[in-house]
Write a protein that binds this ligand. Structure first.
Ligand SMILES: *Cc1c(COP(=O)(O)O)cnc(C)c1O
Length: 428
């Protein structure tokens, strides 16, 4: 590891649990210490020792136009000079809400919050308040932030109650969360039948982006829509990753399935801490201070700097050619990776949709968590370091996506595929 990163890391370990403010940043799954960042420019990241990388983490998704895009920087600067926070409404918040509703038509009303976690926690509370029911259904391998209700693993059979997946999560909370296999609509139908009139919400990543990239199988999202509609259950799409990434209107637009509520985060904040949840007016009209006054609040929610950054990115996303470029970059990467793997005589899965993709060290198809867990993580660990040495900054885990941006250049892509091939050849 580089010297100044090592120094910063050993200091960090003294004061911050694990030396990091979010565990995914630690290199736990690949061993060694993280590189500390000095700065970023477009698709490139620079560490404290001046090493340059092509960045495929992009802050874990938010930076769809790369680092320090001049328009985003300018928007933040301009907002900053007017004051950093008011605790009173601003026009920027209205502009942001209108922009989100225009891009994601199922969102008729939207609340801004400060993280994806807040968005999912709030959406579930609203679903519970709206339906008067307590239970929720989620899926193995999906991540919805660190709210208690989501830190639940599946029981021993698909139909038994869940168990806490972290110390500190009460068993009483686990009892209300059912965790089912992704892409298994029959399991959902059974669980709903076994818990009549008790399920408030089904929450799903419409493309799973927290176990690598796993696409919904044909009919899965449609079945969720049908089952939830038949039983008065609120269907929540957690589009914190997929929102504005796989299409302007998210996965719901790409796959043509309309949820009741949508959670957003990451891209919506332009690199500042933002989340949002919204959906049908009838449901959102129960959120405090309206209707039944389902509680949800935030001192810094709708923060002007965050709104300015997010809005700048969303406006740039509506310009012609952006999604075509994102798709082209992603497809080129995916095809190039498949080709490299084939040339080396292997049949590893490469899943891709829109600007998210993943090379799984698994032979054959990857459609659920069970398949994902067959990945050769030791091979991934060696591949990760071989890539880092060759100037590619990948997420330090097999179970994360690559997030190309609209500013990854043709040269970046070519250099990436070359480095990846060499890295693969070195480790296979
Ligand atoms: C990142 C993520 C979250 C949590 O967002 P934070 O801003 O990290 O709290 C929720 N859902 C999904 C799908 C995510 O990828």
């Amino acid at each position: 590891m580089s010297d100044r990163s090592a120094q910063a890391y050993s200091q960090a370990l003294q004061y911050i649990p694990g030396g990091v403010n979010s565990p995914a940043r630690a290199f736990g799954a690949v061993g060694g210490g993280p590189r500390f960042v000095s700065h970023g420019r477009a698709a490139h990241l620079f560490d404290l020792d001046g090493r340059e990388y092509i960045d495929y983490v992009c802050s874990w998704g938010p930076l769809i136009f790369g680092h320090a895009h001049p328009r985003v920087v300018r928007a933040i600067q301009e907002a900053c000079e007017r004051g950093t926070s008011f605790g009173a409404p601003t026009e920027l918040e209205v502009a942001m809400a209108a922009q989100v509703c225009a891009m994601v038509p199922s969102i008729e009303m939207v609340r801004m919050v400060n993280s994806g976690t807040e968005a999912t926690m709030s959406a579930v509370r609203v679903a519970r308040g709206y339906t008067g029911r307590d239970k929720i259904i989620k899926f193995e391998g999906c991540w919805h932030g660190h709210g208690d209700s989501f830190l639940i693993k599946a029981g021993s059979s698909a139909l038994t109650l869940g168990a806490p997946d972290s110390p500190g999560v009460p068993a009483s909370v686990a009892a209300d969360t059912l965790t089912l296999p992704y892409n298994d609509a029959d399991a959902v139908a059974h669980a709903v039948a076994r818990n009549p009139g008790q399920v408030a919400a089904v929450i799903v990543e419409p493309v799973a982006g927290n176990m690598g990239t796993v696409l919904p199988c044909a009919g899965f999202l449609e079945s969720l829509r049908q089952i939830t509609r038949d039983h008065g259950i609120v269907l929540i799409f957690d589009e914190v990753i997929t929102g504005f990434r796989v299409a302007p209107g998210g996965a719901q637009q790409r796959f043509g399935v309309t949820p009741d509520l949508t959670c957003l985060g990451k891209i919506v904040g332009g690199g500042l801490p933002v989340g949002a949840y919204g959906g049908r007016r009838e449901i959102m009209s129960e959120v405090s201070p309206m209707g039944r006054r389902i509680s949800q609040a935030g001192t810094l929610s709708g923060n002007p700097l965050a709104m300015a950054a997010g809005l700048a990115q969303l406006q740039m996303l509506t310009e012609p050619g952006v999604y075509e470029r994102l798709e082209q970059v992603s497809v080129t990467l995916a095809e190039g990776m498949r080709d490299s793997v084939r040339r080396l005589g292997r049949r590893f899965a490469v899943n891709q949709v829109g600007a998210m993709l993943c090379l799984f060290f698994v032979e054959g198809e990857v459609n659920d968590y069970a398949a994902v867990t067959r990945a050769d993580t030791d091979l991934f660990r060696r591949y990760f370091w071989a890539c880092l040495e060759r100037g590619l900054y990948l997420a330090p885990s097999q179970f994360e996506c690559m997030f190309p941006s609209a500013v990854h250049s043709d040269d970046d892509i070519e250099a990436t595929l070359r480095a990846q091939y060499e890295a693969l050849r070195a480790v296979l």
